[in-house]
Design a protein around this ligand. Structure first.
Ligand SMILES: [Zn+2]
Length: 466
């Protein structure tokens, strides 16, 4: 716990009580709804007077969202003045919903940075430009900018410099140029974790599809513009020390990747812009992820979205062998199929764990032998082609969530349990609708009982419910 006055008080109540007490004690302007939270190590209360406590403040959370704007700037100004000599503030957050003077807000930000804090979180509902002349810090380790904050005009090269920053998150920011996030990256020579989220249609794309950094280890890109493929036609990941990648975007025409020692990857593909085989069979297939998938071939854990299951099938010219892949997890959607699953399983000889969120997917003529929904007319043909991909699969753990016990789901489970020979543990998360089901207990029993009665090809297989 970061802060506690009394064991009987919740954390939130403790903060409110202390806010009021601190406000009164230091003759701060009364602004009961504006939040200005002081976080002080709890042990300090036993030994320190309030005066000394101020010198121990290590976390400031400033928030006007539940109050009005009146008096708030004065409240902040005076409080910051009282903390001028504080050297202990490690984390500062500024959440502002209302519009204040831009120079005033910049003065606050400058004040936070000059105090030598380690973590800074900036969020605004209104639009503010950050005065980049003072937007630097020799101590900051973690920086998050979200909402209406944006740099003041075009950043000059070197316009951002955070020599110790390790984690940078830019969420829904507006830039005048789609290269500007690169200046943030190049101004952070020790950056290890970078998140760029740009998925609101009102905000123009701020990502030009290039990430180049020798230091980044964890990278998250969310770029959702399925109907604006002009944003970029290729994508570069020059990140030789990357360990984790979470990437969601439409699929461009080509990829050039150096993913180094990538261990875990997830996300991928926005199939809305790629292909809808059922509704528009004559549409061209757009995008090519072949190079990206090749760059993933050494990973241990792969998470795929419903769209990705189709992107990996339709937009990948050759599938590498995933020798190190131990865990494959994916999510199903009623409007997306599982076409790539047999290929992925066959290309993952050391797969140990299969994690599936929801079994219900779209039945298409591409359904392979990993699922049980092959149309009757094709069953005979498939049988002639050879053994089921699951029969040679080494998976020991099958983890299913969102199981509702429909006939189709039960049929799929029969298919898994009847073919996965190495299965040891099956975890099933049964999803019940407590509002609609009058007899929840009985239904739960019927669902679990039906699963327990399924024949299992592996004699060591145990089924657990969660
Ligand atoms: Zn299927």
């Amino acid at each position: 716990m970061e802060f506690s006055l009394s064991d009987s008080l919740s954390l939130e109540k403790s903060i409110v009580v202390v806010t009021q007490k601190v406000s009164c004690f230091f003759d701060l302007p009364v602004h009961p709804k504006a939040s200005f939270f002081f976080h002080i190590p709890s042990f300090a209360f036993r030994f320190q007077s309030w005066n000394n406590l101020l010198a121990l403040v290590d976390k400031l959370d400033i928030n006007d969202a539940i109050g009005g704007p009146g008096g708030f700037p004065e409240f902040i100004d005076k409080t910051l003045a009282l903390l001028t000599n504080s050297t202990t503030i490690k984390r500062t957050s500024l959440n502002i919903e209302f519009q204040y003077g831009e120079s005033q807000v910049n003065t606050w930000i400058r004040s936070f940075l000059e105090r030598g804090c380690l973590q800074l979180y900036l969020n605004a509902q209104s639009l503010y430009t950050i005065d980049t002349e003072f937007f630097t810090s020799n101590t900051l380790v973690e920086l998050t900018i979200t909402g209406g904050f944006s740099p003041d005009g075009l950043l000059p090269p070197g316009g951002v410099f955070f020599p110790k920053l390790k984690t940078l998150s830019l969420v829904l920011m507006t830039f005048v140029d789609s290269d500007m996030y690169e200046l943030f990256i190049s101004g952070c020579p020790l950056l290890e974790e970078f998140l760029l989220r740009n998925d609101e249609i009102e905000i123009p794309p701020v990502w030009n599809a290039l990430v180049s950094s020798p230091s980044i280890k964890r990278l998250t890109i969310v770029h959702h513009f399925p109907n604006y493929r002009e944003a970029h036609d290729g994508c570069w990941f020059r990140t030789p020390n990357l360990v984790y990648l979470d990437y969601s975007s439409y699929v461009p025409d080509w990829y050039e990747v150096d993913l180094g020692s990538l261990v875990e990857a997830g996300g991928y593909g926005d199939c809305d812009s790629v292909y809808d085989e059922e509704e528009y069979p004559d549409d061209p297939i757009l995008g090519d992820v072949t190079n990206l998938v090749t760059g993933l071939s050494n990973i241990k854990t792969l998470h795929l979205s419903p769209d990705s299951l189709e992107v990996f099938y339709f937009c990948c010219k050759s599938m590498p062998v995933f020798h190190n892949l131990l865990t494959l997890s994916f999510e199903s959607d009623q409007k997306r199929g599982w076409p790539v699953l047999p290929l992925l399983i066959n290309k993952s000889p050391n797969l140990e764990t299969l994690v599936i969120k929801g079994l219900v997917h779209q039945v298409t003529r591409r359904c392979g032998d990993a699922c049980s929904c092959i149309p009757k007319r094709m069953k005979k043909k498939k049988k002639e082609l050879g053994i089921c991909c699951l029969s040679t699969c080494q998976v020991k753990v099958l983890h299913i969530s969102g199981y509702q016990g429909t006939c189709r789901e039960l049929k799929q489970m029969r298919h898994f349990l009847g073919n996965l020979k190495c299965l040891e543990t099956v975890n099933v998360g049964v999803e019940m609708n407590h509002r609609e089901d009058n007899d929840v207990d009985n239904k739960y029993f019927r669902i679990t009982d039906a699963l327990m009665k399924l024949p299992r090809v592996s004699s060591n297989c145990r089924i657990h419910f969660f």
